[in-house]
Design a protein around this ligand. Sequence first.
Ligand SMILES: Cc1ncc(COP(=O)(O)O)c(C=O)c1O
Ligand SMILES: [Zn+2]
Length: 395
Amino acid sequence: MAHTSSTATELYCPRCEARYSLETIINLCRCGTPLLVDYDYDTAAEDLDRRLLLAREPSMWRYRELLPVQDDASIVTLAEGGTPLLKSAGLETELGLSNLYFKDETVNPTGSFKARGLAMAVSRAKELGLHKLIIPTAGNAGSALAAYAARAGIDCRVIMPRDVPVAFQADCRAHGAEIELVDGTIKNCGARVGELVATEDWFSVATLKEPYRIEGKKTMGYEIAEQFGYDLPEVIIYPTGGGTGLIGMWKAFAEMDKMGWLSGAKPKMVSVQSAGCAPMVRAFENGDETAEEWENPSTLAAGLRVPGAVGDFLILKAVRESGGTAIAVSEDDLMNDTIELAAKEGIFSAPEGGATLSALKKLLANGFIEPDDRVVLFITGTGYKYLDVLAEWTS
Ligand SMILES: Cc1ncc(COP(=O)(O)O)c(C=O)c1O
Ligand SMILES: [Zn+2]
């Protein structure tokens, strides 16, 4: 059997092209840009016959050669990833589609796709000898960090908006994280993290401000490819806050291309946001390369209340390169569609997942999506974390 070690080589900056060794403990590039992990794709392609994957464990760690963790002993896992691709049961016919799928990320540890990114970030932090991790979060990322830090025996501090659903506060506390509630949004939480990093020895694992969360999130792209037999679907609809998953999947597709794994075209990547906070949609529509900060952001989909993202230019680039689009949906639509997912598909989703269904309806109506297209909606988190919000909406 081929050896199963990482083929990661270095970190690189997608803007100024600076390179850093994998031993460097670093957040952003010296030019202020998110850093990405490079691999030796020739060796990866040689070592890893993609058919071998099917015999491996059903978690994101099956893509071992294409992940950055150097030593297996560093892996901190709760069996994240390996999530189902569900074919639509009720909505497909009703919407006049023949190939509608849901990537069900609700079944991940801590109830969301954030588990993938934080499992990777914590594993690398452990490998690099870091002992104190801090995160600004809209909720799910904090839960995930708290759980993996608990498992790794690493100190954890979570900074979140005062009005996040109560479940996030409860599970972070249960996992032993120190939590701090801040007035405002994740942006204000980020500023507070900045202060704490400057005055105490915390290491920030904020979205795209360290290089490894995206490497966990990219495994969603590898899984989709595997689940479609390496003939990728026509459209992927992704609820976008910081955008790590969208950027990560686009990176995964590029990696698979380099290794000769893909046959047809790549999917159109659709970024969906709430009309109450849609900086990427506005930038996309204006033809801008980066996104201006959104004033007074407001949405019940807590993970989408991200007024500005450090990876904005990477989100916009992926959406444009893919021939995709960015679309805003109303709060009423995304909440009603969250309930519709539960009523017609048996999927109890977070409001962020409901937003993908709202986007699908709009894109069918305007002709962007064709009835024969294979469409994947990303159900990024479970509704059980948002019981306070959903109880009110259904009563
Ligand atoms: C359930 C859920 N969906 C989507 C998002 C947005 O994800 P990203 O930051 O990768 O764009 C979040 C972020 O908190 C989330 O919790
Ligand atoms: Zn740079």
